[in-house]
Design a protein around this ligand. Structure first.
Ligand code: EPZ
Length: 422
């Protein structure tokens, strides 16, 4: 299996262009199932998760393929199957996003329940609550959700959960409600930019969604939706990862194509550490200057600090002198990267959902193992500053969510390569 080898110590310099957002592309692909005909989506990143969604589409009898480097065409004129099988869903939990569109368009959907996940328990109760709220019948049988209902009816649905709002449940409900009879109001809706992007896409298709970006979203059902051409927003988590890479290598980086307004909480936290971040037209520039100081952060639903940048931020805090605290409020068990970072010389201890980062450490290279997508990015960042050689195994996690990361980092001056092993 491939692994990544990094020789640490190089400062990153130059400019990096951010790819389209995986977590916007996946729901928008799912929403394209709501309309017959040809949907064209631009700025789709080439990632393993996108390929998995395309495999689900092929299973549904829907044609979907890249027609150039980042343009995807989906032809959902006919759908011949209404199920997403376990074999595909277990590879990617976002497969569950076809539930709402299939139910809306076909009156039925059969989707495998995603199993356990290394970042913690990830139930789908709120997804099901949303669909039931629209009068769908939902049954669990043999590990599958069977949802039926050819006449979905708009309703008021409260979607808040134990850990706040749910991105996926909000998305599934909006998609199901787009063609339901009457008006749906979602209370405690997720406010993430990826939810807003989906709603913009749906409105272009002819849907009537308002309030997106706020916790109260209204969807007035329409009879029909039509296929459109659309461009995905840039990936704020990829952008944040490169901002952190620039800062912790003591370099000077310019990030092109990202939306700074999607990164407020990270920028605030990094400025709190003492990192200089400047917006200049299309660019966000990052530079580490002067003394760095510890900060305390809590991950929260948007616009709070994103859980998807927690591991990468932890790497920065591990070299900042003093003690920082990170509280993980979205996935309280998402700390699989901690023992691996400690192998590289970090000093991080866990107390429930809180990580105590004793900073000011000098990291030294070692073999480490990636446990999930964002953890793998964090280990690569750590490798960039660790003295000597770090090897990161199980890099297939990285392929799920970072487009050409090794190439992008190499262009910025990192000594990093991917090695094929067997
Ligand atoms: C999305 O997952 C992202 N994935 C995740 O990114 C991200 O970490 C997460 O949102 C939080 O920002 C995609 O967009 C494809 P949630 P999602 O439903 O929608 C609980 C990455 O690295 N919950 O907002 O699955 C849940 O357990 C990935 O790119 C319920 O209790 O997340 C969690 O504690 C990883 N019941 C919290 O809500 C439910 O029915 C937020 O989860 C659904 C969720």
């Amino acid at each position: 299996m491939d692994y990544i080898e990094i020789i640490g110590g190089e400062r990153l310099e130059g400019e990096v262009t951010i790819s389209g957002a995986k977590n916007a592309a996946l729901p928008i692909m799912a929403a394209s199932l709501l309309a017959g005909g040809l949907t064209v989506i631009h700025r789709v990143p080439r990632l393993r998760d996108i390929d998995t969604m395309l495999r689900i589409f092929h299973h549904l009898g829907v044609r979907g393929e890249f027609v150039d480097k980042d343009t995807l065409e989906i032809d959902a004129t006919t759908i011949t199957d209404c199920s997403a099988p376990y074999d595909l869903v277990r590879k990617m939990r976002a497969s569950v996003l076809v539930l709402g569109p299939l139910l809306s368009r076909m009156g039925q959907a059969r989707v495998s329940i995603p199993g356990g996940c290394v970042i913690g328990p990830r139930p789908i109760d709120l997804h099901l609550k949303g669909l039931e709220g629209l009068s769908a019948r939902v049954e669990i049988e043999h590990g599958y959700v069977n949802a039926t209902g050819s006449d979905l009816v708009g309703a008021e649905v409260y979607l808040g959960g134990r850990y706040g709002s749910s991105v996926g449940a909000t998305i599934n409900l909006i998609m199901a409600a787009a063609r339901a009879r009457g008006t749906t109001t979602i209370i405690a809706a997720a406010c993430e930019p990826e939810v807003v992007d989906l709603c913009e896409f749906l409105n272009l298709m002819g849907a009537k969604v308002s309030g997106m970006g706020s916790p109260r979203i209204t969807v007035e059902g329409v009879d029909e939706l039509h296929p459109v051409e659309y461009t995905i927003i840039p990936d704020r988590i990829e952008a944040g990862t490169y901002l952190l890479a620039g800062a912790l290598t003591g370099g000077s980086l310019a990030i092109r194509g990202a939306r700074a307004d999607h990164l407020d909480s990270l920028i605030e936290a990094m400025r709190g550490v003492g990192i200089e971040i400047i917006r200049e037209g299309e660019l966000i520039m990052v530079r580490a200057t002067g003394d760095l100081k510890p900060v305390d952060i809590a991950t929260l639903p948007y616009p709070g600090f994103p859980t998807d940048l927690q591991a990468q931020m932890m790497v920065l805090l591990s070299i900042v002198p003093g003690i920082s605290v990170i509280i993980e409020k979205v996935y309280p068990e998402r700390f699989m990267h901690v023992p691996e970072l400690n192998r590289l010389g970090a000093r991080i201890s866990l107390e429930g959902a809180a990580a105590l980062v004793r900073g000011g450490r000098r990291l030294s290279g070692a073999p480490v193992m990636a446990s999930d997508l964002r953890a793998s990015a964090a280990l690569i960042l750590a490798g960039l500053i660790a003295e000597g050689k770090t090897t990161v195994r199980r890099v297939y996690h990285l392929d799920r969510g970072y487009e050409r990361m090794v190439e992008k980092l190499t262009a910025l001056g990192a000594r990093i390569k991917r090695i094929e092993d067997g």
